[in-house]
Design a protein. Structure first.
Length: 487
């Protein structure tokens, strides 16, 4: 405890509000990221299926998901822009000294953002205005643009974890920057693919969870079955892939960031035959309370042998490692992420066994109850992954090259707390508006389905003429004539 208090006392007063503000905005933004990265691909899968099978239900789903995609993108613009400004406002030391080295990642993300905005606009505009094949082909680059944006952000973050591609001059400033080495650092590959697959898994479970809830409420028509099956299948297929990628990135951390690995596994002293703790709390004197202890298992996981030596936190001075509280936070976040991933893998296995044996969707209410919760659980897992990545790196903002305290702004802490309060108010409004818009869209779609014929929503093709406007509609006759011919 004395070490923790000492480290906090040495930190500038701006540290706590700056880190709190950054953590809040990042945690809020990342809720939207899975839909931004993966929903375009899921939408195009159901869109392509609808065109190939001439299936109006699939096309209707694709059109509605594209509307959700656009709304999510608009909200993501707000939260992403705030994060971009915060890098310069809260961490001027980082951007001023290292911006020339890793800033290329943010440049790539910006170009990807503009490209994605244009492609989403074309995709939305194209319904009933372009020929089906042309419309689909113009939308094909959309998932690539989303992945390109993730490429830029992950390149910057992986560089912060394993900085490469520069030399230091006599004054300690970076020079002789090699852009390719700065982008493709040792952590980039594992971190990027782990992130991308996590987005596919999360988006799949989130979208499927909406239709699982509908199934539980008695809406079991083909529209809801297909709306569940496509995204859930994507998530179920990628869940075991994510397990392998998670193992890969954990091993990279073990080799490239051993102190961070020690924080994730709350390993105090370097040793072999190191036990694994499921949860548990690390104390400043190195003792661990609570949790479930599995003898030798951490060494086995790290190197497939109980003789594997695992680096402990005490291998470096106290000022160069996460303190006991930070290590415990990283450890709990890591264990929570792995635990949720394990449960999702069991859910995917359940789905796969039923499908392979019976060639149809499961019918158990418990399956759909769990599936309805899987979306929220996967978002929690994503949040825990970022907590593990960022907290486990402490006290470094650039691993072993710059401390967080060196990068923080000199703005008075009172001003930062005021900014934090304003951001909370704005975000409550923004996310509240997002929820209201989604609920209104859902209500409008449900009413539209109820007004169609007894054949259900399958009869309304997004490439055909619009349905007849019900009597009493306030729009003037012919108001949609410019669109109804599909031109």
């Amino acid at each position: 405890m004395h070490t923790t208090i000492h480290l906090l006392a040495d930190a500038p007063p701006q540290m706590l509000p700056a880190r709190s503000l950054m953590a809040f905005t990042l945690a809020s933004h990342i809720i939207l990221v899975p839909l931004g990265v993966a929903l375009p691909l899921i939408t195009l899968i159901v869109h392509g299926y609808g065109l190939r099978k001439d299936d109006p239900t699939a096309l209707l789903l694709a059109r509605r998901w594209s509307a959700v995609m656009a709304v999510q993108f608009a909200i993501g613009v707000v939260t992403g822009t705030v994060l971009s400004f915060e890098f310069g406002l809260l961490w001027p030391g980082l951007m001023g000294r290292w911006g020339d080295v890793f800033g290329i990642g943010f440049g790539v993300e910006a170009w990807a953002f503009f490209l994605e905005a244009v492609l989403i606009a074309i995709y939305l505009y194209g319904w009933r205005r372009l020929k089906p094949r042309t419309h689909f082909l113009l939308a094909l680059p959309l998932p690539a643009a989303a992945l390109l944006g993730a490429f830029g952000i992950l390149a910057a973050n992986s560089w912060m974890n394993t900085p490469r591609g520069f030399t230091l001059d006599a004054e300690g400033n970076p020079s002789d920057v090699k852009v390719w080495k700065a982008i493709f650092t040792p952590m980039f590959g594992p971190e990027y693919w782990h992130f991308v697959v996590a987005m596919l898994v999360t988006a799949g479970y989130v979208v499927a969870g909406v239709y699982a809830t509908g199934w539980l409420r008695g809406r079991r028509d083909r529209y809801h079955r297909l709306g569940f099956a496509v995204p859930f299948t994507v998530a179920a297929v990628f869940t075991p892939v994510q397990f392998m990628l998670g193992d890969s990135i954990a091993r990279q951390v073990f080799h490239k960031q051993p102190v961070k690995f020690a924080a994730m596994e709350i390993v105090w002293k370097t040793d072999t035959h190191v036990p694994e703790y499921l949860f548990g709390r690390l104390h400043p004197d190195g003792s661990i309370s609570g949790g479930i202890r599995i003898p030798q298992f951490d060494s086995i996981l790290a190197g497939f042998s109980p003789d594997t030596k695992v680096t402990g936190l005490t291998s470096v001075p106290a000022a160069d490692r996460p303190n006991a509280t930070q290590a415990t936070i990283a450890h709990w976040a890591f264990d929570t992420m792995v635990g949720i991933g394990s449960l999702l893998a069991l859910l995917a296995l359940w789905y796969g066994v039923v499908w392979l044996r019976r060639r149809r969707l499961p019918e158990s209410k418990w399956f759909y109850r769990v599936a309805a919760c899987a979306g929220v659980a996967s978002v929690v897992a994503v949040e825990c992954g970022w907590i593990t990545t960022e907290v486990g790196r402490q006290p470094w903002i650039v691993y072993e090259n710059m401390r967080v305290a060196e990068a923080v702004t000199s703005t008075r802490s009172s001003g930062l707390w005021t900014m934090f309060g304003l951001v909370i108010v704005v975000y409550v409004f923004v996310f509240g508006s997002f929820l209201v818009v989604l609920l209104r869209m859902r209500t409008r779609w449900r009413l539209a389905d109820e007004q169609r014929t007894a054949e259900g929503p399958e009869t309304d093709s997004p490439y055909g003429p619009r349905p007849v406007v019900p009597a009493g509609d306030s729009r003037a006759p012919g108001a949609d004539s410019s669109e109804s011919d599909g031109s």
